[in-house]
Design a protein around this ligand. Structure first.
Ligand SMILES: Nc1ncnc2c1ncn2[C@@H]1O[C@H](COP(=O)(O)OP(=O)(O)OP(=O)(O)O)[C@@H](O)[C@H]1O
Length: 254
């Protein structure tokens, strides 16, 4: 079990100012993500999933309430909070290894050590041999792998993922899902994963949080008590898998 990466959300309200008025998106939610856990967040479009994940990443300030990482208030983005988005954010003018070692070098780590760190995570995501490729020379799935390696190279306590596999075809998605579970197992990082795909949420996570249409309420939280490693096909079509899927779909319809 990991000792770092515990996120605690207390009475959180998030919103945006429009014409001088604050429009609350997420209202008074409280949630806990234990250190080293894997949680998925699902919910209807526009309910505030991305807003919440960005706030956990230190990009939005709460209107009220608190977001704590291991007991300390999150006030700004830090290396402890890695974020992977659906859209690619790799530097196009840098190679894979230059992208991945960027964070460590920014943190003052020497080039040789940064290369070693980068190589470790490039290998972990299955991109060995592509170190000197530029992003445009990689497929969409490979770019996602490089993004994940770049986040992991900062040794974050928490990895926040906002629909990272949303734009990929089904086969690539399954491959990356399996890679992610392996990476989670190897790193013990806390993962908070936003997705539209109920099956993806159930397959990957220990817990699924369903946000509601109004005020992003999180009253429906389902524990996925299926041991890892999971067999995707078997689990999703098992009685347990089907019941969980139905429960999530019902909660989404509220
Ligand atoms: N920068 C912003 N300024 C004003 N309103 C915003 C801003 N960002 C998001 N919103 C609004 O906040 C609400 C929630 O958006 P958010 O992107 O968090 O939803 P979501 O659940 O992630 O949606 P989707 O599933 O479609 O990605 C939306 O109504 C959106 O218009």
């Amino acid at each position: 079990m990991s000792s770092v990466g515990h996120i605690e959300i207390q009475g959180l309200t998030l919103g945006f100012k429009n014409f001088g008025m604050v429009n609350a998106i997420v209202e008074n939610i409280s949630l806990s993500f234990s250190a080293g856990s894997f949680t998925s967040i699902i919910g209807p479009s526009g309910c505030g999933k991305s807003t919440l994940i960005n706030a956990i990443g230190g990009h939005y300030k709460p209107i009220t309430g608190h977001i704590l990482l291991d007991g300390c208030e999150i006030k700004q983005p830090t290396a402890d909070l890695g974020i992977v988005f659906q859209q690619h954010t790799l530097f196009p003018w840098k190679t894979v290894i230059e992208n991945v070692r960027f964070g460590p070098i920014q943190r003052g780590i020497g080039k040789n050590d940064a290369n070693e760190i980068a190589s470790k995570y490039i290998e972990m995501v299955g991109l060995s041999g592509y170190e000197d490729y530029y992003p445009k020379m990689l497929s969409g799935g490979m770019q996602h792998r490089a993004e994940i390696a770049r986040s992991l190279a900062n040794k974050p306590a928490v990895l926040l993922m906002d629909e990272p596999f949303g734009a990929l075809d089904a086969q690539m998605r399954t491959t990356l899902q399996d890679s992610l579970i392996k990476i989670w197992d190897e790193t013990n990082v806390t993962i908070i994963f936003v997705t539209h795909d109920v099956e993806e949420a159930i397959y990957l996570s220990q817990k699924v949080v369903v946000m509601s249409r109004n005020g992003g309420k999180t009253n429906n939280i389902f524990d996925i008590n299926e041991p890892f490693p999971r067999n995707k096909g078997e689990f999703l079509f098992s009685n347990n898998g089907r019941i969980l899927k139905e429960k999530c779909m019902d909660a989404l319809a509220i």
